[in-house]
Design a protein around this ligand. Structure first.
Ligand code: 5GP
Length: 219
């Protein structure tokens, strides 16, 4: 099918558990394939060590964020583990108008707001191959103290119940394959089917066990 719509620039939402490596996959895909624009979100959370203001996020105060809400400056925004995160609307519109596919790294509540406003947006969920691997990556990147890691792993249980609302499901086993797969979905109309119920039941069960173990360990 070669409808005109297929050649129009797309809004692509890439969600995934904190620590699943979606940031790395997005970066690889942009470097390898080009003509993508990454929407830099605004957030009230503190920058991590390697993060640069204006590159990874626009880091702002609560007051500034709330002012932007009042001015209707966000395409979507949401609260996630005690902080605000939002997508500035102007950047998205400008880049679509310039013919670039726009990538949004946002969580589930924001993804659903976009789906309502822009039904043709493509929604992709990125996962690790297993729950144990998610904990490994989140702990391994060393960017958060144990209690924040635990908070993100608890949030992952909720997110695992929302996967059914996405169009595509990509397992980030190797960055290269995941980047190729996502580019294929966007540029070639490829499909990455949602997981089986069994896969998600096992994943969620393991995640809950990990959370219980961490709680016993006082983390
Ligand atoms: P992190 O603090 O690990 O950078 O991000 C936490 C979560 O917030 C991730 O799931 C990320 O996708 C999501 N996020 C980042 N920017 C936005 C945004 O602009 N809007 C929404 N709704 N979620 C975002």
């Amino acid at each position: 099918m070669t409808s005109q719509k297929q050649n129009e620039p797309k809004i692509v939402i890439i969600s995934g558990y904190s620590g699943c490596g979606k940031g790395t996959v997005i970066k690889r895909m942009m470097d390898k394939y080009g003509n993508y624009a990454f929407s830099v979100s605004m957030t009230t959370r503190d920058p991590r060590d390697q993060e640069i203001d204006g590159v990874h996020y626009h880091f702002v105060t609560n007051e500034r964020f709330e002012k932007m809400i009042d001015q209707a400056g966000f395409l979507e925004y949401a609260g996630y583990t005690d902080n605000y995160y939002g997508t500035p609307a102007a950047f998205v519109h400008e880049n679509l108008a310039a013919g670039r596919d726009v990538l949004l790294d946002i969580e589930v509540q924001g993804a659903m707001q976009i789906r309502k406003k822009i039904p043709e947006a493509i929604l992709i969920f990125v996962s690790t191959p297993s729950a144990a691997e998610l904990e490994n990556r989140l702990v391994g990147r060393g960017s958060e103290p144990p209690e924040k890691v635990s908070k993100r792993l608890r949030r992952a249980v909720e997110e695992s119940g929302e996967i059914w609302r996405y169009d595509h499901f990509v397992i980030n086993d190797t960055v290269e394959e995941a980047a190729d797969m996502i580019n294929g979905i966007i540029r070639e109309g490829a499909s990455a089917p949602l997981p089986s119920r069994e896969f998600m039941e096992t994943f969620t069960k393991e995640l809950i066990e990990i959370n219980e173990r961490r709680e016993r360990e006082g983390k």
